[in-house]
Design a protein around this ligand. Structure first.
Ligand SMILES: NC(=O)c1ccc[n+]([C@@H]2O[C@H](COP(=O)([O-])OP(=O)(O)OC[C@H]3O[C@@H](n4cnc5c(N)ncnc54)[C@H](OP(=O)(O)O)[C@@H]3O)[C@@H](O)[C@H]2O)c1
Length: 308
C-alpha cells in the first residue's frame, strides 16, 4: 500500500480512505443526455458492443492506470458496470502489484434476481485476473431477494473469496433485516452522501454498529447548487484548493470514504491531493449546513430496480 491514509474495518481489514470508481464504460455523468440513454443501462450485449470502440476502451483503461499513478488504490466496481476485464487489463498493463490494490465489486440487481451470486463473483475474479476481491457488496437491496444475496455472499466470504463484505444503498431497516438472519454485520455500507445530502442519521446509525460508510456520488456530480456556492468558493480560495477538493476533504473529516469518478488525469490528481490541509470545525459546520436533503441519485425505498 502507498502512503494514503487507511481505515480499519470491523473485521480488521485495512481500506484506503478514498476510492476511484471508473463507472460504466462510455458513460459520462457530465453528459446529461446519458442519464436517459437506454445504452447506459448495463447489459452484456451493449457492453460488448461498446468494447468494440478501441479509443473508448483505451481511454477507460488508461484512466484507471493513471488513477494508480496518482495514488488511488481503492477501485470501486460493480458487475452492473461490466465483467471486470477492463480493470484486469489496467492492472496488467500498469504492472502494479495486485496485492497493493483494494478491489471492490458489487452484485448487480439482475444477478440477484437470477440468484447467480457465486457465478457472478467468479466472473468478476476472472475478469480482474485475481483470486480474491477485497470488498464484495450487493449493488442495491433488491426487494425480496437481497437477504438471500447476503446469505450467499457470507458463504463466499467464509470460503475466502473476499476479504470483507459490504452492502450498498441500505437504509436502517435493510440492515436490521440482515442482522436478523445472519451472523455477520456488514463492514461497509456505500450510499449517496455529499453536502447537498448529508445523511447524518444513517451515518450515525452505521457508525454505532461499526459499519464504515463509503460515500458515493461524493461530488454530487458537480451539481450547480453546490459548486456555485460563494461560501465554498471562499473556503477553496483560502486553502488554494478547488471546490471539489474542499468537498472531498469534508468527506474525509467526516470519517467517510468518498468514492469519486473521474477519468481525467488532471482531475484525478486534484481529487487525491486533499491530505495536505485541514478544514476548521467552523468550516465543517458551514459545509454541513448546506444540506437540503437533495439526492442526485435514487432512493432505495422508491426506485425501479430493473433500470439500476
Ligand atoms: N453503489 C451505487 O449504487 C453507486 C451509485 C452511484 C455511484 N457509485 C460509485 O461512485 C462513483 C462516483 O459517483 P458519480 O460518478 O455518480 O459522481 P461524482 O463522482 O460525484 O461525479 C462524477 C463527475 O464529476 C466530474 N469530476 C470528478 N472530479 C472532478 C473535479 N475535481 N473537478 C471537476 N469535475 C470533476 C467527473 O467528470 P470527469 O470524468 O470528466 O472528470 C464526472 O462527470 C461511481 O463511479 C461509482 O463507483 C455507486
Amino acid at each position: 500500500m502507498n502512503d494514503l491514509p487507511t481505515i480499519i474495518l470491523n473485521n480488521g481489514v485495512s481500506i484506503p480512505s478514498i476510492g476511484m470508481g471508473p463507472g460504466i464504460l462510455g458513460y459520462s455523468a457530465r453528459d446529461s443526455k446519458s442519464y436517459t440513454n437506454p445504452l447506459c443501462q448495463f447489459s452484456y450485449r451493449v457492453y460488448n458492443k461498446i468494447c468494440r470502440y478501441p479509443k473508448l476502451v483505451n481511454n477507460y483503461v488508461n484512466a484507471i492506470i493513471n488513477s494508480f499513478h496518482v495514488g488511488f488504490r481503492l477501485i470501486d466496481y460493480s458487475s452492473s458496470y461490466g465483467d471486470g476485464t477492463l480493470i484486469g487489463k489496467a492492472i496488467r498493463k500498469s504492472g502494479i502489484d495486485r496485492n497493493t490494490l483494494f478491489l471492490t465489486t458489487r452484485i448487480s440487481n439482475q444477478v440477484q434476481w437470477q440468484g447467480n451470486i457465486r457465478e457472478c463473483l467468479f466472473q468478476q475474479l476472472k475478469g480482474m485476473n485475481t483470486d480474491y476481491i477485497d470488498l464484495l457488496m450487493f449493488h442495491w437491496p433488491v426487494t425480496n431477494v437481497y437477504v438471500d444475496t447476503w446469505k450467499e455472499m457470507i458463504k463466499l466470504y467464509k470460503e475466502g473469496y473476499c476479504r470483507a463484505l459490504g452492502v450498498a444503498n441500505c437504509h436502517q431497516h435493510h440492515i436490521e433485516k440482515l442482522m436478523e438472519v445472519a451472523d455477520i454485520i456488514p463492514a461497509v455500507n456505500q450510499f449517496e452522501v455529499h453536502p447537498l445530502f448529508t445523511q447524518k442519521t444513517l451515518i450515525s446509525y452505521c457508525r454505532n454498529l461499526g459499519i464504515q460508510v463509503e460515500s458515493y456520488t461524493a461530488l454530487a456530480r458537480m451539481d450547480d447548487r453546490l459548486f456555485r456556492l460563494p461560501s465554498l468558493k471562499n473556503i477553496a480560495k483560502k486553502y488554494n484548493k478547488t471546490v471539489a477538493q474542499i468537498v472531498l476533504r469534508w468527506h474525509i473529516q467526516n470519517d467517510l470514504i468518498p468514492v469519486v469518478r473521474s477519468l481525467n488525469p488532471k482531475r484525478q490528481m486534484e481529487n487525491i491531493s486533499i491530505f495536505d490541509f485541514k478544514l476548521s470545525s467552523d468550516e465543517m459546520e458551514e459545509i454541513d449546513g448546506i444540506n437540503i436533503n437533495a439526492r442526485v441519485r435514487y432512493d432505495p425505498d422508491n426506485c425501479d430496480f430493473t433500470i439500476l
